[in-house]
Design a binder for this molecule. Structure first.
Ligand SMILES: O=C(O)CCC(=O)C(=O)O
Ligand SMILES: [Fe+2]
Length: 339
């Protein structure tokens, strides 16, 4: 076995205000891996070869073998790509009474615009891209439009190994694989997902900063009905402590993943991901699994289960009030001076 020297440089990494411990890095055969996954703790798995068949997925290869489908590309003037869920706007309209229809139409700022491109066009633009140009981030679920080469590679993923993990940890079904191709310096700001994630790095390096669900209060998520649902309002690169004072208590874990590494991002864990030097672009593929069946709940309730409960309460109140903006008022009335 060769121990590869990382070719990213510690000094190139951005300095953050909060403490960061290292995420454990273990060979996939190490029995501790399954113990960490069972406890829903992040871990970097090495040596799994999960997407070894995709190790050649650089832009030249993908251009030839990815097919002629349309790819979703986010475009942004800034380096941060904060997800904006257009479907939430329709949802707000459907739960909102006529009396607040106008308010729900208010203009939201979209931090990144979504467009579609053929892979050839995207590859050309990435190759020509220079610092200061508009940034791009391809984020597309793998689908049946993939060319024959990519389909062959996909079939050769270690489905046997990953299916054993899925069964062992009682995860639900694989929803899809999201392919991410982004420029060095692109940032996916801090958010959580409602799925278990095996995040496989293929080309280039990514710095992944994670926080446990227990840090909910320090990260001030947008309300559940908001198009930025599940995203933190706190910009970790420039924290506004007067608005978000509890961000002073942030304490995260981090790692830099490179080709062949697989990071387990547990369901409801916050993550902030940046593509780092030296490569010009990064290619990753995630494996998103639905949560397993709830089964017997054990007490005391865990941090991630509290987040799920809070989401349900918030959704129920928004629907009952027929006005999402009344949720906060109601919750404050319930709590202030009483609890
Ligand atoms: O790699 C990224 O930029 C974001 C990935 C992510 O958020 C995810 O896989 O859940
Ligand atoms: Fe995510």
């Amino acid at each position: 076995m060769t121990t590869e020297k990382p070719n990213w440089n510690q000094h190139d990494l951005r300095k953050y205000d909060f403490p960061l411990d290292d995420i454990p890095r273990l060979n996939c055969m190490d029995p501790q891996v399954d113990e960490l996954i069972r406890l829903k703790k992040p871990v970097v798995l090495t040596g799994s070869n999960l997407v070894g068949a995709a190790s050649k997925w650089n832009l030249d290869y993908l251009e030839e073998n990815m097919g002629n489908g349309d790819f979703t590309i986010f475009v942004s003037d800034r380096n941060q790509f904060k997800f904006f869920d257009e479907k939430k706007l329709a949802e707000i309209a459907s739960v909102t009474g006529a009396h607040v229809k106008d308010r729900s139409k208010k203009e939201y700022e979209r931090p990144a615009k979504s467009t579609t491109m053929k892979i050839r066009e995207f590859a050309r633009r990435v190759k020509e891209w220079k610092d200061g140009d508009e940034r791009m981030y391809l984020q597309q679920a793998l689908n049946s439009t993939s060319g024959a080469g990519v389909v062959q590679d996909f079939i050769r993923f270690r489905w046997d190994w990953v299916t054993v993990k899925q069964k062992l940890h009682n995860w639900g079904k694989l929803t899809y694989n999201l392919l991410l191709i982004g420029l060095e310096g692109n940032v996916t700001p801090c958010h959580y997902d409602e799925q278990e994630n095996l995040f496989a790095q293929i080309h280039g390096h990514k710095r992944c900063i994670l926080f446990p669900p227990e840090q909910f209060e320090c990260l001030y998520p947008h309300p559940v009905w908001h198009p930025h649902d599940r995203q933190s309002q706190v910009d970790l690169t420039d924290i506004d402590y007067s608005r978000f004072p509890k961000a002073q208590n942030l304490h995260g874990v981090e790692t830099v993943v490179g080709p062949g590494d697989v990071l387990y991002i547990p369901i409801y864990w916050w993550h902030h991901i940046e593509s780092v030097k030296p490569e010009k672009y990064s290619v990753s593929l995630n494996f998103w699994y639905k949560a397993g069946p709830v089964g017997q709940v054990e007490y005391p309730i865990k941090g991630y289960q509290k987040v799920a409960i809070m989401r349900n309460v918030e959704k129920m109140l928004a629907e009952a009030m027929q006005d999402p903006e009344e949720v906060g008022t109601l919750l404050r009335t319930m709590v202030n001076g009483r609890f």
